[in-house]
Ligand binder design. Structure first.
Ligand code: ADP
Ligand code: MG
Ligand code: MG
Length: 249
């Protein structure tokens, strides 16, 4: 069953065309990986699916569960079940991980959440991810390692339980701990009713994930789609040879 369909998507930012005709279909139950060189437009694609106002769609469309996303604001898209992980880089003294997660859920639902049931559920998720309870009462990002920030993103995904989770893994901050958390978190999260798009260079994450599809995004276009074997191919050959597939307008 189709969850997201991106058709001929062209996107500008500050009058510069960044995405140049992206096509992508994501069905329920699938894990997709998007790889590509730095500056190819991967983060732009993630941001535009969520409706970041910095980007303008000039052509094409994004259909989520049969409905165009183009006219919807970011919070409306989130309420329809789209999640984009983002690292909250600032230290927030006075706001605990639990408090942050609770307001994130409340924002996504558009109503307050009950403390007791929320806490119970959070405890269960933390156990699944093998994270100690103490983590939830720490102040957000204060003294956090890369891995601890990553935990927050993954727990956020699990607590919001979106239909489509997009994880944009910038290469920085991906230590061994963080890699383990991402791959374990995706395994726990994934089911036949949802889908995950992982954007990353890090093949260690990918090795333990067994994605259904791997896409190479170069110069604002998806130039190759294949199964998980493409990861190894990219590791060996790099992106250079795929550049020939870029269509120049
Ligand atoms: P990736 O995530 O694949 O590394 P990005 O989506 O971050 O790539 O960036 C794609 C391209 O868009 C890059 O060439 C970058 O320089 C450009 N870009 C991103 N944001 C802006 C902006 N605000 N103004 C102009 N160009 C931008
Ligand atoms: Mg980049
Ligand atoms: Mg990026």
């Amino acid at each position: 069953e189709k969850l997201l369909e991106i058709n001929n998507l062209h996107v500008n930012t500050e009058d510069k065309e960044i995405l140049k005709g992206v096509n992508l279909t994501v069905n329920k139950g699938e894990v997709h990986v998007i790889m590509g060189s730095n500056g190819a437009g991967k983060s732009t694609l993630a941001q535009v699916i969520l409706g970041h106002p910095k980007y303008q769609v000039t052509e094409g469309d994004m259909i989520f569960q049969g409905e165009s996303l183009k006219e919807l604001k970011t919070d409306e898209r989130a309420r329809k079940g789209i999640f984009l992980s983002f690292q909250t880089p600032e230290e927030v003294p006075g706001v605990t991980v639990e408090g942050f997660l609770r307001s994130a859920r409340s924002a996504a639902l558009g109503r307050p959440v009950m403390l007791h049931s929320f806490r119970k559920e959070l405890k269960e998720k933390l156990e699944l991810l093998d994270i100690s309870d103490e983590y939830a009462s720490r102040y957000l990002n204060v003294g956090f390692s890369g891995g601890e920030k990553k935990k927050n993103e993954i727990i956020q995904m699990m607590m919001l339980n979106p239909k489509l989770a997009i994880l944009d893994e910038t290469d920085s901050g991906l230590d061994v701990d963080a890699v383990k958390i991402v791959s374990e978190g995706v395994k726990q999260f994934k089911n036949e009713e949802n889908a995950v798009i992982i954007i990353t260079h890090n093949s260690k994450i990918l090795q333990s994930l067994e994605p259904d599809y791997v896409h190479i995004l170069l110069d604002g276009q998806i130039v190759r789609t294949s199964d998980a074997s493409l990861i190894e191919e990219v590791n060996q050959k790099g992106f250079a040879e795929y550049k020939e597939a870029v269509i120049h307008a």
